[in-house]
Design a protein around this ligand. Structure first.
Ligand code: AMP
Ligand code: MG
Length: 370
């Protein structure tokens, strides 16, 4: 199968956050972008796959209520069939079409954080096929804010099931080029909306119990949710610095061996100068053994490293740039076939939790404290 990659110009549109349809229901898309969106909508209605940008990472979409279409997602990704998909919607009234027994708190957080990087788990209605939810009786729902994602859902006239658009075991894609690397020849169409804004997957919150439980940390933090919905629990399987033992993560995706770089990733934590000294020492040792070393630095520290292949993940003073750079830098070190990767750590409150959750898993929880 040939994979087409079509650019969608969003430059003429208002920024994602304020993006809403105009009163006539028409958006000001340039003609080529509108045509690409219509082609994409057509493919979705026919049960085919389309990769598209969201504000978190690129998604691999299919008609959520068509079991055969959902099955194509698992085949294209090489994903285990009990790992459920997230259903993407563009209007709040779609929630009641696919979910039942929706608690008051769930409505509050949906109204507050949608469209945006938050996925809500609710009890599912029978209309949602088991093939979309991996056999679970619950369904994961999100309303993305990215204008291309919102337009695709609307133009297709369907709800769109989508996981991240990477092959299973690879980092989530944050650009159309990443999607192409992984999905070339496997899907008919990629909508290229440029690099994503956030760069790590949505926060997942389970609203089927007595209180909200965070199953996956993300851009929307527990503190932000607590202001709207009262006390929030973080699933112990995704909290903390140590590898969870004998714990079953409630988001099935979290139990699978996650992405691990081809090389060995080691995180170094401590006061700035000590971290730099330790990474320099480790990198020098490995290079003396003839091994290829990558270093994950920040804009602030890049020049302090003397050995290895040095790359900045972003600005430490601006955690959002670190989140946005994470998967790009991990893919780059895979491409460079580094045997060891040494990284600074980012345990700052808030977004740091979500970044470190992904980094610790990629590192197999190898963390050196200095
Ligand atoms: P991905 O977008 O690739 O990260 O995949 C979707 C994530 O949502 C996976 O980690 C799934 O395990 C999680 N997920 C989807 N549906 C459910 C559900 N009903 N209950 C808990 N987690 C879910
Ligand atoms: Mg994924």
């Amino acid at each position: 199968m040939e994979t087409q990659c079509l650019k969608i110009e969003t430059g003429l549109l208002p920024k994602a956050e304020g993006s809403r349809e105009s009163e006539t229901g028409q958006e000001d898309w340039p003609a080529a972008s509108r045509e690409a969106l219509e082609l994409a909508g057509d493919l979705i209605r026919r049960g085919e796959l389309v990769a598209f940008p969201t504000e978190t990472v690129y998604g691999l979409g299919a008609d959520a209520l068509n079991e055969d279409a959902a099955a194509r997602i698992y085949a294209a990704k090489g994903r285990p069939s009990d790992n459920p998909l997230i259903v993407h919607i563009c209007r709040l009234d779609q929630v009641a079409e696919i979910a039942r027994d929706i608690p008051e708190e769930a409505w509050k957080i949906m109204e507050r954080f949608w469209p945006g990087p938050l996925t809500v788990i609710l009890k599912k209605k029978a209309i949602v096929p088991d093939g979309t939810t991996g056999g679970l009786k619950t369904v994961a729902i999100r309303m993305p804010s990215h204008p291309v994602a919102a337009a695709l859902i609307r133009v297709s006239g369907r709800m769109i099931a989508a996981p991240s658009a990477n092959r299973s075991g690879r980092p989530s894609p944050t650009s159309a080029a990443h999607v192409y690397e992984d999905m070339k020849g496997r899907i008919p169409l990629i909508l290229d909306g440029g690099p994503v804004q956030i760069g790590i997957e949505s926060t997942i919150v389970d609203m089927t119990g007595d209180r909200p439980v965070i199953l996956r940390p993300g851009f929307i933090t527990p503190e932000m949710l607590e202001k709207v919905a009262g006390p929030v629990t973080v699933d112990p399987a995704v909290a903390g610095r140590e590898k969870p033992v004998n714990m079953v993560a409630k988001a099935p995706g979290m139990k699978y061996r996650h992405y691990a770089p081809k090389g060995q990733l080691v995180l170094v934590e401590g006061a700035g100068p000590r971290v730099i000294a330790e990474i320099n020492r480790l990198a020098a040792d490995r290079e003396a053994e003839g091994l290829k070393v990558g270093i994950i630095a920040t804009d602030e520290t890049l020049d302090s490293y003397k050995k290895g292949i040095r790359r900045s993940i972003g600005r430490r003073s601006d955690p959002e740039t670190v989140a946005a750079g994470l998967y790009r830098i991990l893919r780059e070190f895979d491409d460079l076939a580094c045997q060891y990767i040494y990284s600074e750590s980012f345990f700052e409150e808030g977004l740091g939790d979500a970044v470190m959750n992904r980094m610790l898993k990629a590192a197999g929880y190898r963390l050196i404290e200095v």
